[in-house]
Design a protein around this ligand. Structure first.
Ligand code: SAM
Length: 295
């Protein structure tokens, strides 16, 4: 089905047994979800997960694909069998409203807080980042984004970082945070043109000493080398691009990767070690993992 002129999204609401929402969110990411909001705030051991997809195909087809993929996960996550879903098509105006309802001020790390632009600036942390909750992934609330922010906070402040590459920048959150943390030159790339637009918009929302550059140039076409490469992607994209990621790091430089599930650690670690990288740090949040490798 051709996309209609007026942009539309498919909003899907899942009710799932607690403890399964992170894996469901992973499945949805793999299928191209723009972002998921997990609400654990209820007493009956159920979690509500709301997710959004671009309206690119008939929702019936999309729902069928999702159901098939969830079914494949039943042997590993039998509790998922208890899921229920409902969906609706939403238009442009409803989109911002849907996000606004959920997105408020959040302290993410010791030093970093994020908030939508309509919130007043607070001074309880040194770094306050404004992010417009738009179509691109990266409001900072997802565990993998949080993990990357924690690692950036740790490694940018340890050593002077001249050049940093953010692969799959989404909303630009990691690039913007890197500048605030002290990185000198930051390049954020994404294959999604809407992500680049939203990253540029977020760049304007924040008072930055130096602006990160956002580009849709493919990773394979980047020639420069960087002190830190941060890549919050998915297992499949990391596996597909591991050579390119490795090639972009200077000797003794670091690769911060996330978007990996804890059970995928062995595979990713082995793949990176084959490239001559060594694992120097790691952190988990819910089912997710962030690895720091050194060249
Ligand atoms: C999980 S989101 C991460 C967004 C943000 N960096 C964060 O940490 O919240 C992954 C992003 O990677 C982008 N992406 C996927 N494959 C890519 C590739 N091969 N090269 C660059 N970006 C890619 C997607 O469009 C998406 O915006």
């Amino acid at each position: 089905m051709k996309p209609t002129k007026e942009k539309k999204w498919v909003k899907i609401k899942f009710i799932v047994p607690s403890g399964t929402s992170d894996y469901l969110s992973y499945i949805l990411d793999e299928l191209g979800a723009l972002g998921s909001i997990i609400d654990n705030n209820n007493s009956n051991k159920l979690t509500i997960l709301t997710t959004f997809f671009n309206f690119e195909q008939h929702p019936f087809l999309l729902i069928e694909k999702i159901k098939k993929k969830i079914k494949k996960a039943f042997p590993f996550f039998p509790k998922l069998k208890g899921y229920r879903l409902s969906w609706e098509i939403i238009e442009k105006e409803d989109w911002a409203y849907s996000w606004k309802k959920y997105f408020t001020y959040h302290k993410i790390t010791k030093k970093i807080a994020i908030a939508p632009p309509w919130e007043k600036k607070r001074n309880d942390v040194p770094i306050f980042i404004y992010i417009e909750p738009a179509m691109a992934f990266g409001t900072g609330l997802h565990p993998t984004t949080k993990l990357c922010l924690m690692m950036l906070e740790k490694y940018i402040t340890q050593k002077e970082i001249k050049d940093l590459l953010d692969v799959g920048t989404g909303s630009g959150i990691l690039s913007i945070a890197s500048i605030f943390l002290g990185a000198k030159n930051v390049l954020g790339i994404d294959i999604d043109k809407d992500a680049i637009k939203s990253a540029r918009k977020n760049r304007r929302l924040n008072r930055l000493k130096k602006k990160p550059i956002f580009s849709s140039k493919p990773l394979s076409k980047i020639r420069k080398k960087f002190d830190i490469v941060v890549a919050n992607l998915t297992r499949d994209i990391i596996v597909e691009n591991h050579h390119y990621l490795n090639e972009r790091i200077v000797t003794h430089g670091k690769l911060i990767i996330s978007g990996i599930l804890i059970e995928q650690k062995k595979e990713i670690k082995a793949l990176m070690q084959k490239n001559g990288l060594k694992l120097i740090d790691e952190k988990e949040n819910e089912d997710w993992l962030c690895l720091v490798m050194e060249k």
